[in-house]
Design a protein around this ligand. Structure first.
Ligand SMILES: CC(C)(COP(=O)(O)OP(=O)(O)OC[C@H]1O[C@@H](n2cnc3c(N)ncnc32)[C@H](O)[C@@H]1OP(=O)(O)O)[C@@H](O)C(=O)NCCC(=O)NCCS
Length: 167
């Protein structure tokens, strides 16, 4: 159990195949700005194949942790996910999103810490993430979980490479 600064109680668990509807509902609650920051594109809904990809994971190359309300395990308020790169198995693409109402209360950082733990246990040493150039909160979050952070601009986006900090 984890308590946010406003008192909301949060539980964490791995995503499951039966979370498809919960994930679609959570996407529907996200502001257009947060969706754009997470997906770098407008994302009004997930199609069936995206929902399969996002919820039916092997738990080794693709891992996702959910933050849910403690009193409703179907109410997703945050997701942290990594997908290992095929040609660089010690590196994974990472993405984190927190519901707008719950942002700025340390939940992103907690999800970041937990996904880094999951990654380390599976021999992932490095995260990459593609961010909008002005995404200060995400930049700070990745800084907090890494020993060394590098960034390069590609068009309007910033590609971060983070050496995952020791436990
Ligand atoms: C990025 C995101 C996951 C951060 O989650 P969060 O719960 O709001 O973040 P936290 O409260 O844990 O704060 C993390 C850091 O960001 C900072 N931060 C939070 N909100 C901020 C804001 N609006 N502006 C600037 N900095 C901010 C915090 O101060 C903290 O930095 P610090 O540890 O150096 O003090 C969340 O804002 C989000 O979901 N954004 C939309 C999706 C996205 O951008 N994902 C990242 C790309 S995959």
């Amino acid at each position: 159990m984890h308590t946010l600064t406003d008192g909301t109680e949060i539980e964490f668990r791995q995503i499951r195949p039966d979370d498809k509807e919960n994930l679609e509902t959570a996407l529907g609650r996200l502001s257009p700005e947060s969706r754009h920051k997470r997906f770098l594109a407008p994302k009004p809904h997930f199609n069936a194949s995206e929902l399969r990809y996002l919820t039916e994971l092997d738990g080794f190359d693709h891992v996702a942790i959910l933050a849910t309300l403690a009193d409703d395990p179907n109410a997703i308020v945050g997701v942290a996910r990594f997908v290992r790169l095929r040609d660089l198995p010690d590196t994974a693409e990472v993405a984190i999103v927190v519901g707008d109402r719950f942002q700025g209360q340390g939940l992103g950082r907690e999800l970041g810490r937990r996904i880094a733990d999951e990654a380390r246990e599976r021999d992932v040493r490095r995260f990459t993430a593609t961010l909008l150039g002005d995404n200060v909160a995400a930049h700070r979050l990745f800084h907090a979980i890494s020993d060394r952070l590098e960034g390069r601009m590609e068009g309007g986006t910033r590609v971060l490479t983070a050496e995952i900090a020791a436990a």
